[in-house]
Design a protein around this ligand. Structure first.
Ligand code: ADP
Ligand code: MG
Length: 361
């Protein structure tokens, strides 16, 4: 019978050279869900994954699988091969003396007793687009091809918990999207609890049910992609997911003045410096009609005039940078499709107030 497995990391701390690399980290990975550990390079993602796998031991904190304690420092430590965890790490070591097909068959045989679903090596190689390489040896393949073999091996037998460290990072974008979606679908359908490390926000948003955002060894925010994107806890989190515009202001009489009219800022101390953050896609552009723009509205506040400094088409959308008339500040707006006004063209901007974030500076 198939059992749903979960993995819990509770209050994990790990030091290297007396420095906390992971600090009081709490994370639950649920069956059938994909959790992405997302953060900049060096923040402790791989270390966290290695601790979960049992390849590294935490200094404090405990790990549970399916509610059972499997690791506690100085008490007990279940070795990696007994954890029923599948992994694929950044340094995806393939056996150099085995052909591509044999490498995958090794994965299948090794895990035979623990699996609920085996794919044949042929089928797996087709999935990752490498069926014609069956008899080749790893060193004759490119880095991206080797990575696909490692991926095929990782999913050759489905474990209950799957840990993957940047598994799609070396692949070209088109191929990456395809392989990622297929892999995730297989793992989700099998009810595997999946933890994937990535440093790419867009990738995390594409595949995660739950994103755990990491900075300096700590998880600073956790939730569904939609929630983190729309309710970032600070400016750094906001800017991790997209370009942002920052307006600087000061709280006076419970509000703060901006080129887009006053903002009510309850909860901020009188006199405090605040930053109002808005993403480029939430600025609205309007044409100049003899020095006039759109009328002020409650939703968008007062429009403000600026002049185009540059515009650029970047594929799905166009980016327009404006220098604002009022204070010379620069703001970037993006709109879908092609819109490429000349430099110096006067335009009006207004700002979706429900899409702004206000943070203390
Ligand atoms: P990430 O995967 O987020 O890029 P890592 O977990 O690999 O980050 O590393 C986090 C920090 O811990 C880095 O500063 C790295 O240099 C350090 N580190 C990782 N492994 C070791 C180790 N075995 N010994 C000493 N320092 C390490
Ligand atoms: Mg890493």
């Amino acid at each position: 019978m198939k059992i749903d497995y979960s993995l819990e990391l509770i209050n994990i701390t790990k030091k290297f050279d007396n420095q906390n690399v992971v600090e009081n980290l709490n994370l639950s990975i649920l069956p059938g869900k994909v959790t992405c550990l997302l953060g900049p390079s060096g923040c402790g993602k791989s270390t966290t994954l290695r601790i979960a796998a049992g390849l590294e031991t935490q200094d404090s904190g405990i790990i549970k699988i399916n509610g059972n304690l499997i690791s506690e420092p100085n008490v007990s430590h279940l070795p990696p091969e007994k954890r029923n965890i599948g992994f694929m790490f950044q340094d995806f070591a393939l056996f150099p003396h085995l052909t591509v097909k044999k490498n995958i068959e090794f994965g299948i045989t090794k895990n035979k007793n623990e699996t609920f679903n085996n794919f044949s090596a042929d089928k797996l190689l087709k999935k990752v687009g490498l069926d014609r390489f069956q008899q080749k040896y790893p060193h004759t393949l490119s880095g991206g091809e080797q990575q696909r073999v490692a991926l095929a091996r990782a999913i050759s037998s489905i474990p209950m918990v799957m840990l993957m460290d940047e598994p799609f990072s070396g692949l070209d974008k088109r191929l990456r999207d395809e392989i990622r979606d297929e892999t995730i679908e297989i793992l989700r359908n099998e009810g595997v609890a999946v933890l994937i490390v990535t440093h790419e926000p867009e990738e995390a948003m594409n595949m995660a049910d739950n994103i755990a955002l990491m900075r300096d060894g700590k998880i600073i925010q956790q939730g569904a992609p939609y929630n983190i994107y729309n309710k970032p806890i600070d400016k750094n989190v906001a800017s991790f997911f997209s370009d942002i515009n920052t307006l600087h202001s000061k709280v006076k009489d419970g509000r703060t003045e901006t080129p887009f009219g006053p903002f009510i800022t309850p909860g901020f101390k009188e006199g405090s410096n605040v930053e109002i953050i808005i993403r480029p896609q939430h600025l609205k552009i309007d044409f100049d009609r003899n020095g006039k723009g759109p009328s002020p509205t409650i939703q968008d506040g007062v429009p403000a005039r600026g002049k185009v400094s540059f515009s650029r088409f970047i594929g799905k959308e166009s980016i327009i940078e404006l220098i604002m008339e009022r204070d010379g500040s620069k703001l970037k707006a993006s709109i879908p499709g092609v819109f490429l006004p000349d430099a110096e063209t006067p335009l009006w901007l207004s700002m979706r107030r429900d899409r702004c974030f206000v943070f203390l500076k």
